[in-house]
Write a protein that binds this ligand. Structure first.
Ligand SMILES: Nc1nc2c(ncn2[C@@H]2O[C@H](COP(=O)(O)OP(=O)(O)O)[C@@H](O)[C@H]2O)c(=O)[nH]1
Ligand SMILES: [Mg+2]
Length: 234
């Protein structure tokens, strides 16, 4: 157990190293490919038959955006979604959320996809447990299995994303198609948004709009530094 002084030191070191640290949660029905996606992205390789059970898992990836270094902390349910035991603490403080569905189980005759239908439930959960500002993205997985030409295509997903105002990506962990691009797109959206907020805040402080803003700024950063769920914004 670290002391408060040690934790402060650690925080200061992180602050120097990374412009932002973003918490990303990944949700979706069991079997849609959450663990495979996270492992492919962070370990650089796809492995079949991953064991799903375990404690909540967190993987990290460092990205460079412009001249800034940012860290993504990517959370995996590690199978707990099967018992419907994903709790508020999993979502708490998340800056980004990937909602996954398995594009390969699309039924061509009825033009339906049951794992996409279930995204209504996952979206409800994110509305309930995430912040209003959490950036949500719908992600179609296993897309290389969709058709013989291996074209990335899942119109149902695009429609669902448009209707629910979500960003949308189609990928395949196995073929490593669009895996990096998905996380980079989310990171870029978050980076742009938080940089914009920072510069707005700085502008207001520089415009000398009184002490109250200055206090607001310190409070904002103080609160942001240690978000529940070990999420840190620097
Ligand atoms: N062929 C193929 N199988 C995949 C792909 N992504 C995941 N899977 C398989 O789908 C199953 C469930 O994946 P997993 O990542 O454990 O799903 P989770 O329950 O959402 O974490 C496993 O057997 C994976 O190997 C993919 O891109 N291609
Ligand atoms: Mg899993």
């Amino acid at each position: 157990m670290s002391t408060p002084a040690e934790r402060n030191k650690q925080r200061e070191e992180l602050k120097r190293e990374f412009k932002y640290i973003f918490k990303i949660v990944v949700v979706g029905d069991s079997g849609v490919g959450k663990t495979s996606l996270i492992r492919t992205y962070t370990d650089g390789q796809f492995q079949h038959y991953l064991h799903p059970d375990g404690l909540l898992d967190k993987k990290e990836k460092v990205l460079r955006l412009g001249s800034d270094k940012i860290k993504l902390e990517i959370w995996d349910t590690a199978g707990q979604e099967r018992y419907r035991s994903l709790t508020a603490s999993y979502y708490r403080g998340a800056h980004g959320c990937l909602i996954l569905f398995d594009a390969s189980v699309t039924d061509a005759t009825t033009n339906t996809n049951r794992s996409l239908d279930r995204c209504v439930h996952w979206l409800d959960d994110t509305t309930q447990y995430c912040n209003d500002s959490t950036c949500k993205m719908l992600v179609a997985t296993k897309c290389h299995l969709l058709d013989e030409t291996k074209t990335l295509k899942c119109e149902l997903g695009k429609k669902f994303a448009d209707e629910n105002n979500l960003s949308y990506m189609e990928l395949s962990s196995e073929k490593n198609m669009n895996v990096n691009e998905t996380f980079e797109k989310l990171a870029q959206i978050l980076y742009t948004e938080y940089s914009r907020r920072d510069s707005n805040l700085n502008e207001k402080v520089n415009e000398g709009q009184g002490n109250s803003l200055h206090i607001f700024k310190s409070t904002f950063f103080k609160n942001s530094l240690v978000c529940p769920g070990s999420c840190v914004i620097l």
